[in-house]
Design a protein around this ligand. Sequence first.
Ligand code: TRP
Length: 332
Amino acid sequence: MKSIILTGDRPSGCLHLGHYVGSLQNRVLLQDDYEQYVMIADVQALTDNFEHPQKITQNVYEVAKDYLSVGIDPDKTTILIQSQIPQIAELAIYYLNLVSLARLERNPTVKTEITQKGYDESIPAGFFCYPVHQAADITIFGAQLVPVGEDQLPMIEQTNEIVRKFNRIYNTECLTECQAYLSKSSRLVGIDGKAKASKSLGNAIFLSDSKEEIKRKIFQMYTDPDHIKVSDPGKVEGNVVFAYLDAFCLDKEKVQDLKSHYQKGGLGDVTIKNILNETLQNLLEPISQKRQELSDDYVHDVLLAGSKKAYAKAQKTIEYVRDAIGINYFSR
Ligand code: TRP
């Protein structure tokens, strides 16, 4: 039997190159050897977007198209919409009994987000508890492996604490502990060079960007402010163009030669940007082509079939869970 994988994304916008190197590429590779579930986490996205749900609902199809266009294959990977699996919410309710407020407060990722979102005054309880919900996402499918970025490690840790506590208290083995699977490539920096690429910071190249947008963003990239004349020696560290060449150019020797040349002087920003532009256009062209071929009807069918399959799997887990707690009054 194949091991089970679950990952997810909040559909608060389209996916970008940071997602591509951080998780999407991995999923395409892993789908051959694992039973893989990929969740469009709309319920989680609502925890900090509850006032404007359209921002989330509008992006569900966009994210699904991002998945399909990079090669996540619905015959191998179950793509599901979180809100369509109510068993997850039920499981989260049982889990909330097992977690203290103090423990929730200690989650470093949530702490950072609370500050970023200006929630210090009044934190929505749903948002505060989303790691518990995420524990339900993972365990309802019995996932053993969770491919995520480093910022999600606290969620995995909290999930396993809940699993151990649940199994101990209800004297069962119905829940499985999971492990994080960290991507080998490091985080992709934003085109401004300041922080990681992110949709909220507006510094990312999206998988769905047009050719012109890609080029425009490349030509905006932060390089080396002291590299003024072509003949000046330039810095490669902190230079976004080289960070992207490292991440996306398969010809490592060529990148190395460009770096040495740039450091010596005599290689202009326009030249390296043109090289990066060619690299990214070549990468994104087939993705964009594939995206255009995806009809909304097809995406609808993929999401419906995936959600149905996930629902059936979740139903099995929730029945075990109800048995363990003893609230299975009508089943025998
Ligand atoms: N919290 C994840 C993020 O912000 C998204 C997510 C929701 C997720 N549920 C998950 C990731 C379950 C892994 C497993 O990116």
